[in-house]
Ligand binder design. Sequence first.
Ligand SMILES: Nc1nc2c(c(=O)[nH]1)N[C@@H](CN(C=O)c1ccc(C(=O)N[C@@H](CCC(=O)O)C(=O)O)cc1)CN2
Ligand SMILES: [Mg+2]
Length: 296
Amino acid sequence: MRRGIIDGKAAAAQIRRRAAEIAARLRDDHGVVCGLAVVLVGEDPASRVYVRNKSSQTREVGMNSFEHRLSADASEDELLALIAKLNRDAAVDGILVQLPLPPHMSSDRVINAIAPHKDVDGFHISNVGLLGTGQRALVPCTPLGCMMMLKEVHGDLSGLEAVIVGRSNIVGKPLAQLLIAANCTVTVAHSRTRDLPSVCRRADILVAAVGRPEMIRGDWIKPGASVIDVGINRVERDGKFRLVGDVDFGEATSVAGAITPVPGGVGPMTIACLLVNTLTAAHRARNLPEPVGLTA
Ligand SMILES: Nc1nc2c(c(=O)[nH]1)N[C@@H](CN(C=O)c1ccc(C(=O)N[C@@H](CCC(=O)O)C(=O)O)cc1)CN2
Ligand SMILES: [Mg+2]
């Protein structure tokens, strides 16, 4: 087992180097330049940063990036028409619609309009169903990144007790499926869980994905446990804004065996895994053997 602070930035950089090699092989051996289409609706400042980073990292590894922007008052039909066009476009291997969408749009309708084999976020009901039944799916990027880091720390996860705090469709639920498939004993806790500190103390692997700044305290953590902090919360301290996770990092570092920081932990892995999923989609669409060294 590896101990200490898990450097998500370094791990993501290593994945990008491998992704660049695979993208180059696709181009040189098969004449295929992979393409990722990213759709942003509205002007949410954080979403704009994430989309810009996704596009620039896509280009950096030698793939094509197609960025599409719609105004916040665009209609859902406009967005659905764009997705239909991208579904038909042979230059596009992966499609991603940045979330959250404006309130007048149904994210379920929008996500389920993406062709499942191009759904590099892994949010389409087909991919959700495939993952839940242990079949080959495109897997959501944040949970995929969490699994890669946990496998780096532990090697084999079999038999470990995992507690996930948070039951979102994007993180908590798909990560539970991946941990079950890796033979962990999984508990999904949430806002209605009774005596959450005791539940957390059982965990060999504790994942925090609730969106509540520094909610998980040091004495909620079993000594030596691996702590994965998915939270990204902007808080004001002494007149300055800074990012904190869902875990009280100061308290947790002295108890945990391994822990991800915020920033620089799970976040960078999310975008690296998006590149992985785009390469995976490109290989599957052409019936090419899937690249090795890029899966959780
Ligand atoms: N369509 C999607 N929408 C959203 C997803 C997603 O996976 N697909 N996840 C989040 C946002 N997200 C990617 O889209 C994302 C969030 C954070 C980071 C990241 O690198 N965070 C940095 C800190 C950056 C900062 O200063 O804000 C870090 O943790 O080090 C990457 C991607 C919701 N929407
Ligand atoms: Mg504190």
